[in-house]
Write a protein that binds this ligand. Structure first.
Ligand SMILES: NC(=O)c1ccc[n+]([C@@H]2O[C@H](COP(=O)([O-])OP(=O)(O)OC[C@H]3O[C@@H](n4cnc5c(N)ncnc54)[C@H](OP(=O)(O)O)[C@@H]3O)[C@@H](O)[C@H]2O)c1
Length: 333
């Protein structure tokens, strides 16, 4: 089968499209024939050897996939060949087939496309878990989303709106701002200098202020965003796409009773499978009801996956890039 292979950590140009043996399922595992896999910033970091998870080399990147079960291992009773599924794979999804633990599978409703399903597990899962389980966002609260046109950011924008929150979307360009408006952001700002962020946010937030910050960017905007939080505000540490890991003087937490909440969705999937399943069920219900819809900016082939990863690295992607792999034949979607 065809797979994208990373044989050494470093530049994305090291990745190769290769023919490799198809996987076989071990006990408790399932093999998925992948119809769609979507790209995420952690794929870039993983190939560079900069991610917290370092797979044994060589490995195939790709953290989420949707397709059809084609083989099940010993002890798997809940799934059978032909089931339409989506999964958080960690890595391995950028291949015609990938093997995952059966606990990582969720059913794809008939009303959803595989492309939509593949674009939901990581980004929308992270967003809903962060906003509901970590920050307990309430209707009427104001959520500031940094990098709001990116993968996790656009998911957080939609999910926070769906939860009844007011969303201020912060982005780096007018084009990204326009996308956030189309996605229903209540207010949008284009970052200028980091020192300006707090006053930009305050002007848009009004008297009630910002209760929650969702930050997948880190870097120089993190502290001003933290300082924009009102009394009792919650700061969700989601990622560091800007590269630098911010450090806060803790007096800014003490003086306004603010909380810093770490979000690590990939680890939740491993430690709390019930929460993982509940989050995906909720997201599917919302998609089927037409209340949220993954922002898919382009569908590409496996041959273009390296270019797609480079575009993510260069901050050029909005929403999600979906890689189409095989025609699973069932169902046609
Ligand atoms: N905690 C978790 O469980 C979890 C799960 C998934 C992802 N993440 C993390 O979340 C972050 C975003 O992931 P993603 O897949 O949403 O990425 P993405 O689609 O590339 O979005 C990242 C956004 O960050 C902003 N950004 C600022 N400086 C950047 C830079 N130097 N390079 C690239 N982007 C920059 C960009 O928005 P502007 O141009 O508007 O600033 C971009 O849209 C990553 O750090 C990832 O590891 C965490």
């Amino acid at each position: 089968m065809k797979a994208l292979v990373c044989a050494q950590f470093g530049a994305l140009d090291n990745l190769r499209l290769q023919s490799v043996p198809a996987p076989t399922p071990g006990p408790g595992q399932v093999v998925i024939q992948v119809n769609a896999a979507s790209l995420n910033f952690p794929d870039v970091l993983m190939c560079q050897g900069k991610y917290q998870v370092k797979p044994p080399l060589p490995f195939t990147p790709g953290a989420e996939a949707a397709g059809v079960v084609c083989a099940v291992g010993a002890g798997v009773t809940h799934w059978q060949p032909g089931d339409a599924v989506m999964a958080s794979t960690g890595y391995g999804a950028l291949a015609e087939q990938c093997v995952v633990d059966a606990t990582r599978l969720a059913r794809v409703p008939a009303e959803m496309s595989f492309a939509q399903a593949s674009a939901m597990v990581v980004t929308y899962g992270t967003a809903l878990y962060a906003l509901r389980h970590c920050a307990n966002v309430q209707a009427g609260e104001t959520v500031l989303v940094l990098g709001a046109a990116g993968g996790v950011g656009s998911a957080a924008l939609q999910v926070a709106r769906q939860m009844g929150a007011r969303v201020i979307a912060a982005v780096s360009s007018d084009a990204k701002a326009a996308l956030c408006r189309r996605q229903g952001a209540d207010a949008v700002l284009v970052y200028t200098e980091p020192e300006q962020l707090k006053s930009q946010v305050s002007a848009l937030a009004g008297e009630s202020g910002v209760q929650v910050v969702f930050d997948p960017v880190g870097g120089d905007y993190a502290l001003p965003a933290f300082r924009a939080l009102v009394w009792g505000g919650r700061y969700l540490v989601v990622g560091f796409a800007a590269g630098a890991i911010p450090a806060f003087p803790l007096n800014f937490a003490l003086l306004q009773a603010r909380s810093v909440l770490g979000v690590y969705w990939g680890e939740v999937i491993r430690r709390d499978p019930a929460a993982y399943q509940a989050v995906l069920r909720q997201l599917c219900d919302w998609v089927v009801a037409g209340q949220i819809a993954p922002v898919i900016s382009a569908e590409i082939g496996l041959e273009q996956a390296v270019e797609g990863l480079k575009a993510l690295q260069a901050r050029q992607v909005t929403g999600k890039l979906v890689v189409r792999l095989t025609d699973t034949g069932w169902p046609a979607r």
